[in-house]
Design a protein around this ligand. Sequence first.
Ligand code: NAP
Length: 260
Amino acid sequence: MRLANKIALITGGGRGIGRANAFAFAREGAHVAVVARTESEVVRVAAEVKNECGVETMHAACDVANAADVARVFAQVTATFGRACDILVNNAGIAESVPFVKTDDEFWQRHLAVNLNGTFYCMRAALPAMLERGWGRIINIASIAGKTGAPYIAAYAASKHGVLGLTRSVALEVATKGVTVNAICPGYVDTDMTTRALERIEAKTGRSATDALEAIKRMNPQQRLVMPEEVAAVALLLASDEGRGINGQAINVDGGTVLF
Ligand code: NAP
């Protein structure tokens, strides 16, 4: 039990990578708080995790782009578990695509608000208690789009580049305090986010979703999608005591697509 009795807060825990993280952490003994905007999904994941793993769980509807919502949820975690969270996984994210010249203010701001501001709000809410306790883990789910660019995803890539800058800076600021801050950079993962991307390609280009899926698999040298559980396994290492020497890193889980 590598995370026995730790409290882990996972944003975007209602499905996909966040859901896999909730299970991975709970199987190692962590009590988990699962938050996202869709209440029915976080209710279900919290119940399933509790049922399967026998840990305490909490769920809350929360928009991470809203600082007041984030503050409310962190207070709720402390009230529910009797202390603040030890581990924060900033996983909530959105990814849409549009040609750059058609990127309007609303589209741009929405990507930065969820992916970058949301990560900032949650880190700022989590850190004081971690620093006071002298132990904490922050894991930001970024993307290989946080290291490289790609057509039609300027807003998403910019937001994820921002997450890496935030990760590296705060990691250095807290390095002597028992707290680590790292990012994980997945390639294409087998989740709803990728399914929606394939549907958009089909709608906009007429290329079939099946063809588009084969094309994105070929972008990965392993010729496949990454599974959510593979991302969760890296998060688990970063969250554990054994991972304490890993700080300020941006670890790719992409089969070798990006080599830096
Ligand atoms: P997903 O299946 O679409 O799940 C995203 C989760 O984030 C959902 O629970 C969603 O719930 C939540 N979320 C979205 N906006 C939110 C907001 N404003 N406040 C709170 N929660 C919010 O996507 P996923 O593939 O698991 O992606 C998880 C993370 O991995 C994202 O940060 C994504 O950028 C990153 N990533 C994904 C891939 C990929 O290929 N799938 C690749 C690289 C990086 P609600 O909609 O109910 O709020």
